[in-house]
Design a protein around this ligand. Structure first.
Ligand code: HSE
Length: 429
């Protein structure tokens, strides 16, 4: 069989990893697919940069969009990034010109996944994006193929390695958020725009993709509720531990008769939950389906090897002749699920207040909670800070989010309350 020719747009960390795997494992991959895979062209922003790989045997293009017009190229591999611009144009043009398209670009798929899947279907080519969610963990194929007999009810996980690293390091070292943030920056773990990691946007991109894969709903990134880790203090991690929990930034998606719930935010999870012990740069995803019930996937969510592993798996899939729908159901069968507002979440909450140490403060706070019908399960106040202020930590019984937020608005307005109150959702997973 004639070799399958591919072009790679983007030679950053992941692009270099893809080249290495395809060259170093050439024969093994050919044996597995029955077809040699040949890189014919590459493109990147800087031709002369030393990447530690030899690219002299490939055609060079300054403009990745050239690949969409090359007759010899069967698969365009996009590793540029960004939801729009060159990546989006390359996807659209490649698919329209009858080329399969493989990408690690979570923002692109979260924003344009349904439209690109439709374009792939119209042109009878494949759109694949395994590397866009949880790096090296084959979660998309696991859900779409291995769990194909199941109705998925819920999917959740640690989808951002950088913030998981930061939370782990805060707990391990006893350093506060600001110090760990500086260390993480120096290690180069943060995205070029750190807000993508710190504000939960990166995890939300991945969650929107998972929702479509798991539930067959159209990708709806705009309906993902997002909250990052910027407000988590060391004191929260310490109190959570004392209460039997760890703090994790989770993406949670579930589909029920009421609609589709998609949210990314820090959570208190029981120390005994499998996801609670996934630390540092690791990702984990839990899928709950009928009839299989819970399955758990863990692995490296970023970096050269893990991400390139997933990209090459997609290329191999296409080389084997697989052309199925990108989200495992035809686009015509994908649904528009009714989004569920975060205000409707029902569950327990951890609340942290920083207040003046003076008579009547607790009475004012509990009055606000009482008026909103929020019942307390635990209340902690330890010692007094040197400056006459103190942290008060409460755990509520299950309640509606709107009630907690209304009470916290009132508490925030009290003159004795120093910092904006923080509520962290408790997920008894
Ligand atoms: N910034 C991402 C993370 C990279 O930390 O998980 C992988 O998508």
């Amino acid at each position: 069989m004639k070799p399958l020719k591919i072009a790679i747009a983007g030679l950053g960390t992941v692009g270099v990893g893809v080249v290495k795997i395809l060259e170093n494992h050439k024969q093994m991959i050919a044996d597995r697919t029955g077809r040699a895979i040949e890189i014919v062209a590459v493109s990147a922003s800087n031709r002369g940069r030393d990447r530690g790989i030899d690219i002299s045997g490939y055609d060079w293009s300054d403009n990745a969009l050239d690949f969409a017009g090359r007759d010899d190229v069967e698969i365009v591999v996009e590793l540029i990034g960004g939801s729009d611009g060159v990546a989006a144009a390359l996807a659209q043009q490649s698919l329209s010109n009858g080329k399969s398209f493989v990408t690690a670009n979570k923002a692109l798929i979260a924003h344009h996944g349904t439209a690109l899947a439709a374009c792939a279907e119209e042109n009878d080519v494949a759109l694949r994006f395994e590397a866009s969610v949880a790096g090296g963990i084959p979660i998309i194929k696991s859900i779409g193929e291995g769990l194909a007999a199941n109705r998925i009810n819920k999917v959740y996980g640690i989808l951002n390695g950088t913030t998981n690293y930061m939370l782990t390091q805060m707990e391990a070292t006893g350093k506060d958020y600001g110090e760990i943030l500086e260390e993480t920056k120096l290690l180069g773990y943060l995205e070029a725009d750190p807000a993508l990691d710190l504000d939960g946007i990166d995890a939300a991109h991945k969650l929107a993709i998972l929702s479509s894969v798991a539930f067959g709903v159209k990708t709806s990134f705009d309906n993902v509720y997002m909250e990052g880790i910027r407000r988590i203090k060391l004191v929260d991690i310490e109190y959570a531990r004392e209460l039997g929990y760890r703090i994790k930034l989770l993406g949670i998606s579930s589909l029920s008769k009421a609609g589709l719930e998609q949210r990314v935010h820090p959570c208190l999870v029981p120390k005994s939950a499998p996801i609670a012990i996934v630390d540092n740069g690791f990702n984990a995803v839990v899928v709950d389906g009928d009839p299989l019930e819970r399955t758990f996937y863990e692995g490296r969510g970023a970096g050269e090897g893990p991400t390139a592993s997933a990209v090459v798996a997609d290329i191999i899939d296409i080389a084997r002749g697989h052309r199925g729908p990108a989200f495992f159901v035809p686009v015509a069968a994908m649904t528009d699920a009714q989004p569920i507002s975060i205000s409707d979440r029902f569950g327990p909450y951890y609340i942290r207040l920083h207040v003046e140490e003076q008579p009547g403060v607790i009475a004012d706070i509990t009055a606000a909670l009482r008026d909103e019908d929020v019942s307390l399960h635990v209340m902690l106040q330890k010692g007094s800070e040197q400056d006459g202020t103190v942290y008060v930590v409460m755990v509520t019984h299950e309640t509606q989010e709107l009630r907690v937020m209304n009470a916290l608005d009132r508490i925030d307005a009290l003159s004795s309350v120093i910092d904006k109150p923080l509520a962290i959702r408790i997920e008894n997973l």
